[in-house]
Design a protein around this ligand. Structure first.
Ligand code: SOE
Length: 384
């Protein structure tokens, strides 16, 4: 695993738990974690259960005993590491968003396609797909329970930037993060919308805004918190992005990605409305779905809560008896299960780098639209 921030911790839980809970067709050992600060990465290795730590990712991907490379670094290094790892014959799991630009994402998709010819697999870490209720929501839509999808409402709201004293971490710098709320959390709801509906976003109209334009320079810390140093620097990414998307089938989607929703810590909601019914997911209540059935008798209709905690639900059987809850970290476990299973069975896992690129194109289209007074941008023909 290359990188050891918040996502490093989450992915480590996935790698550690998966073989102990699921009957995997092959085992993955937690070999090496890589980071630039030797002491800090050694401490991360000890805490999270990696056998070794190292400071040079190139040396690590050249090792014969390494089969899978998991990339949890900031977006500016995804392309270089992923392409090098694929060329070295390693399977790759890469955190979302796939890259910082569509050009990088295209190069990664091409490298993944070349590697696939040699049986090398690649996958993007859109873990929310693997929350059982989200996978089940996708299955229900595919079964037709909402009928024709007519509207989607997708929102991912956080508030960790409301404090103007929050320092200028890498996530607030375009050269490291690519974009702000848009790419970090907007990418999740774009992927989820495409995943659950089975339809791509074909056009967007949007706007992005940076509310606090200068922040104290970063003293210590790197991720979602930190202490300030002397001086100020410019925020070069968006704080919030609001956009409308058009799906292949014609339905409109309202997307909201923000780090300024005061009081909303990690609030992700998705509601899909169709001519036969509606399904809604709320990450703050992630073991359930809300289902509205328009085909039920008049007078008895209403949103009902489905607990997604039965053995028949995706991923659930391996965990606890019916009704026992799962949490944020389980998506990371299921991600490892699906990746290791695909590698062992010789199939291509999802989301593929191609799917990661399709999200990247939507992100670029939103930025293009925002730069032109929210003009509609066609994702496949207008994005360079
Ligand atoms: C920060 O916004 C963040 O950590 C995202 O980067 C993750 O993808 C999301 O799971 C939680 O929030």
């Amino acid at each position: 695993m290359i990188g050891y921030g918040f996502m490093g911790a989450a992915h480590s839980v996935g790698w550690r738990q998966a073989p102990h809970v699921f009957a995997l067709p092959d085992q993955a050992e937690m070999a090496v974690v890589v980071g630039r600060n030797a002491d800090a990465v050694a401490q991360a290795a000890a805490q999270w259960g990696w056998q070794e730590s190292a400071t040079d990712w190139r040396e690590v991907i050249a090792r014969d005993d390494i089969d899978i490379v998991d990339i949890v670094t900031p977006g500016d290094s995804h392309a270089e590491i992923a392409i090098a790892a694929l060329e070295a014959g390693k399977h790759v799991l890469c955190e979302k968003p796939l890259a910082n630009t569509t050009a990088q994402a295209e190069a990664m998709r091409d490298a993944a396609a070349r590697a696939a010819e040699r049986g090398i697999r690649s996958m993007v870490g859109f873990t929310y797909r693997r929350v059982p209720a989200v996978t089940f929501l996708r299955d229900l839509i595919a079964e037709g329970v909402v009928g024709t999808v007519q509207q989607v409402r997708a929102a991912y709201r956080q508030d960790w930037l409301v404090d103007p004293g929050m320092p200028l971490a890498w996530r607030l710098q375009k050269e490291h993060a690519g974009s702000g709320a848009l790419g970090d959390i907007g990418a999740h709801i774009i992927d989820m919308t495409q995943f659950v509906t089975g339809q791509e976003v074909t056009a967007v109209s949007g706007t992005v805004e940076t509310i606090v334009k200068q922040r104290p320079l970063l003293g210590s810390g790197s991720g979602l918190s930190g202490t300030a140093a002397e001086g100020y620097g410019e925020v070069t990414v968006d704080d919030l992005a609001l956009f409308t998307g058009r799906l292949e089938g014609g339905a409109l989607v309202s997307f909201e990605a923000t780090r300024f929703a005061t009081g909303r810590k990690n609030a992700l909601t998705l509601e899909v409305s169709g001519d036969k019914g509606a399904l809604a997911f709320d990450l703050e209540d992630l073991n359930s779905l809300q289902f509205y059935d328009r085909t039920a008798p008049e007078g008895r209709q209403g949103f009902t809560k489905i607990l997604v905690t039965e053995a028949s639900h995706p991923y659930v059987a391996a965990w606890w008896p019916a009704g026992h809850m799962l949490g944020y970290e389980h998506g990371f476990v299921h991600q490892v299960v699906d990746l290791v299973t695909a590698i062992a069975e010789g199939t291509d896992p999802h989301p593929s780098f191609e799917e990661g690129l399709s999200v990247q194109r939507v992100l670029a289209a939103v930025e293009g639209s925002a730069a032109h007074d929210s003009a509609w941008v066609n994702v496949n023909t207008d994005v360079a």
